[in-house]
Design a protein. Structure first.
Length: 328
């Protein structure tokens, strides 16, 4: 009798668990499909296969194939051959992404990245959503200032966006708009393929995107973002490059030619070495480099003023190089 009662109780729990699992999985499928359709309604071109539910009785898995997202004027393109969104019954607001064959490009290949091993995470909280993407062994075919293909051993992007109604503290008045997202970008072992040498051992940037957001990678869209108070705030920059450690902070926007414009304070564990390495990369005139080194030595200061203005990058007022246009 006790065995029968126990069996009935376990059977009832199993049925209840199954019903709850499939109910939440179907809700998740509807929510993901709705999010993708909302992107389509916002003006993006979005294509994807019907999400398939798998993973019962443990993790909830949504399999989505042939995902393609293209902006209205084709300035932004993202595609994945297939993707798995994975969660659990007890963590409905926390999803992991596994995907392959990523193809990401900005207009006229001003930036083009491909990778076959993509991992990510998306978490929805009461006041914000938090997301991340991780690429392993990605190839960068094009980027502003980079004409040769490069490989990145590890590339991570983390973003956080506060939900409207909870971001009063981030609202701004005056010249610049309110914060759209906070972000951090980490890079490990960036290698230019032609030379087979590691160009950047380690780098990290933390900051915020200010303004109305960038809806497309076109001249009109980028100009509108700039004119509406668009700003990229770099709160912390750290890098290990050619035997020296670099740190800094500053802010960026775009000028009328869509070239970067802004200013930074830059520090280094060895300013003289940093300047020598920059000169080897073709930055600055030899006389100007020696002049900056002499001024640094005389003042015993290990900080440089970096300015991006009128299409030039200058260190302590001396021209180092011409800046690239971010839209080719």
């Amino acid at each position: 009798m006790h065995f029968r009662s126990l069996f009935i109780g376990l059977a009832a729990l199993a049925i209840l668990y199954s019903a709850l699992w499939y109910s939440l999985a179907l809700d998740a499928k509807k929510a993901v499909s709705a999010e993708l359709r909302e992107l389509r309604d916002s003006g993006l071109q979005v294509a994807f296969s019907d999400p398939e539910i798998a993973g019962f009785p443990y993790r909830m898995t949504l399999q989505i194939d042939r995902i393609k997202v293209t902006s209205k004027r084709k300035g932004i393109h993202v595609s994945l051959a297939n993707a798995q969104l994975i969660s659990h019954l007890w963590t409905p607001g926390d999803w992991m992404l596994l995907g392959d064959e990523l193809d990401f490009a900005l207009a006229k290949n001003s930036l083009k990245i491909k990778d076959n091993d993509i991992r990510g995470r998306w978490t929805l909280k009461e006041a914000a959503w938090i997301g991340s993407i991780e690429l392993n062994g990605a190839t960068i075919f094009k980027a502003p200032g980079i004409d040769d293909a490069a490989t990145v051993e590890r590339f991570e992007v983390h973003v956080m966006r506060e939900i409207k109604g909870n971001n009063e503290a981030n609202e701004r008045e005056g010249l610049y708009g309110e914060k759209v997202i906070s972000f951090s970008v980490r890079v490990a072992n960036l290698k230019i393929n032609a030379s087979n040498k590691i160009t950047l051992k380690q780098g990290e940037v933390q900051g915020s995107l200010i303004g109305a957001g960038i809806s497309d990678w076109t001249k009109d869209s980028l100009s509108d973002w700039r004119d509406d108070g668009g700003l990229l705030e770099i709160e912390a920059l750290a890098a290990k490059w050619r035997g020296t450690e670099i740190s800094g902070s500053g802010s960026l926007t775009l000028d009328h030619r869509l070239k970067p414009m802004g200013s930074f304070g830059v520090g280094s564990t060895n300013i003289a070495l940093l300047l020598d390495q920059l000169h080897k990369e073709g930055w600055g005139k030899a006389h100007d480099i020696k002049q900056i080194q002499a001024e640094m030595a005389a003042s015993n200061i290990n900080n440089l003023s970096l300015n991006l203005q009128n299409g030039d990058l200058r260190l302590d007022g001396y021209k180092m190089t011409e800046l690239p246009i971010i839209l080719r």
